[in-house]
Design a protein around this ligand. Structure first.
Ligand code: CMP
Length: 401
């Protein structure tokens, strides 16, 4: 009996933990994230508006209610995260109590707690929701978002991956900075002793100029100082361009790697792909994109131009044909006829339930046609059968008319 209860609890706890994880791709995970964003957005808006002085009483009450509601949602979330903390892989070796304590003391746990406490203080009228408190809220709630945003993890990984390259650019930045500050101090110190009389003031000017901010509060007057200033301004643009390039490339690579893994997870659910060898499969995985659709979503509209075809890895779609609709389930595909015949879409296609599709764009489809003829032959065979079926249906309709 005890074992059964423990097993059920553990399954429920594991499910809750998986849903709350920001990397969870399940439907409940995505729904939770959308809800969380909505709650957070409403909370931030309410806090921002509540900082406006002399609002009507009704508005103030409404805003206080929204803030309390948001805090209540965050409190429930905090409690659920604390309860499910032992499911975290990283705390695998710890007892339940220790795992919860470790989570509560982690950055996520502390930010989660801090996001709840001030809201209740406002609700209980221990403090007033004036503009200072509003600023604290905005910071705490935005921090909460940053902890759960996948982009932050991606950025941290990009910085870690590119640290050697970033460090070399930073070294160039520091060399230019110190050289420029020293040279300007040398040229300007007698002309403007207040502004360039010491190295820290010259360094401030160099930072403002090198980062292309240019407040204009300190300006070199001598010819030598202006020449140094020009060099610093151009160097600033170069250094920033280098940094941007490194981060943007690293970000794009990281996102591509993640998408690759996401596609792998879905590709294995489509028998057409699993029949191909691993090498061929890895070639096609790089060209597919995962898309999630809610029920009753029109994926393809009749007579519109077609630029892609779709494979169903989860869910179901309905092909709305003139005679009677056809349903396609997991492992099926559609949208191939427009690519093969280079004609507009022959039917409208709508999802019947939450559906995950793998999208293959026309340019990639034609490239694959050259490399993986077996896959395209199977697609062509099915398209041929569908054309014949549609033709037979049309003739039957015309005959009946
Ligand atoms: P396309 O013409 O690009 O867009 C509509 C899609 O509906 C079409 O490609 C096929 O993939 C699909 N389709 C058309 N006729 C049938 C059919 N008889 N059975 C199943 N799917 C079909």
């Amino acid at each position: 009996m005890v074992t059964v209860v423990a097993a059920t609890t553990s399954t429920l706890r594991a499910r809750v933990h998986a849903t709350l994880r920001h990397s969870d791709d399940s439907r409940s995970g995505r729904r939770w994230r959308a809800f969380h964003l909505l709650v957070l957005g409403s909370g931030l808006l309410a806090v921002a508006v509540s900082s406006v002085p002399s609002l009507p009483d009704t508005v103030e009450h409404l805003l206080a209610f929204v803030i309390a509601l948001v805090a209540a949602v965050f409190l429930v979330e905090y409690a659920l995260r604390l309860w499910s903390a032992p499911e975290t892989l990283r705390y695998g070796g710890l007892s339940e109590g220790r795992a919860r304590l470790a989570w509560a003391l982690s950055a996520t746990g502390l930010i989660g707690l801090l996001a709840v406490v001030p809201a209740f203080a406002i609700t209980l009228r221990a403090i007033r929701a004036d503009s200072d408190i509003a600023a604290i809220f905005c910071i705490l709630w935005i921090l909460k978002l940053s902890v759960h945003a996948p982009a932050m993890t991606t950025l941290a990984r990009v910085i870690s991956n590119e640290r050697a390259t970033l460090a070399s650019v930073l070294i160039i930045f520091v060399i230019v900075l110190v050289a420029a500050a020293t040279a300007t101090h040398f040229f300007e110190r007698s002309d403007q002793p207040d502004l360039f009389g010491d190295l820290p003031s010259s360094l401030w000017w160099a930072v403002v100029t090198l980062t292309t901010t240019g407040y204009g509060d300190i300006v070199p007057h001598t010819v030598g100082g202006r020449i140094v200033g020009s060099v610093v301004m151009v160097s600033g643009i170069l250094v920033l361009a280098l940094m941007t390039g490194i981060l943007a490339t690293g970000f794009a690579e990281e996102v591509r790697r993640r998408e690759y893994l996401r596609v792998w997870d879905q590709v294995v659910k489509v028998p057409m792909f699993t029949e191909l060898g691993t090498v061929t499969l890895s070639e096609i995985v790089g060209k597919l994109r995962v898309r999630y659709y809610p029920p009753r979503f029109v994926v393809v509209r009749r007579d519109e131009p077609g630029d892609s075809m779709f494979f169903i890895s989860e869910g179901e779609v309905e092909v709305r044909l003139p005679r009677q609709p056809v349903r396609l389930g997991q492992g099926g595909f559609f949208g191939e006829m427009a690519l093969l015949d280079r004609l507009p879409r022959s039917a409208t296609i709508v999802t019947t339930r939450p559906t995950t599709l793998l999208v293959l764009y026309a340019s990639d489809f034609y490239e694959i046609a050259a490399h993986i003829p077996s896959l395209v032959a199977a697609v062509e065979k099915e398209a041929h059968r569908r054309r014949q079926e549609n033709e037979a249906g049309r003739m039957a309709t015309d005959g009946a008319a």
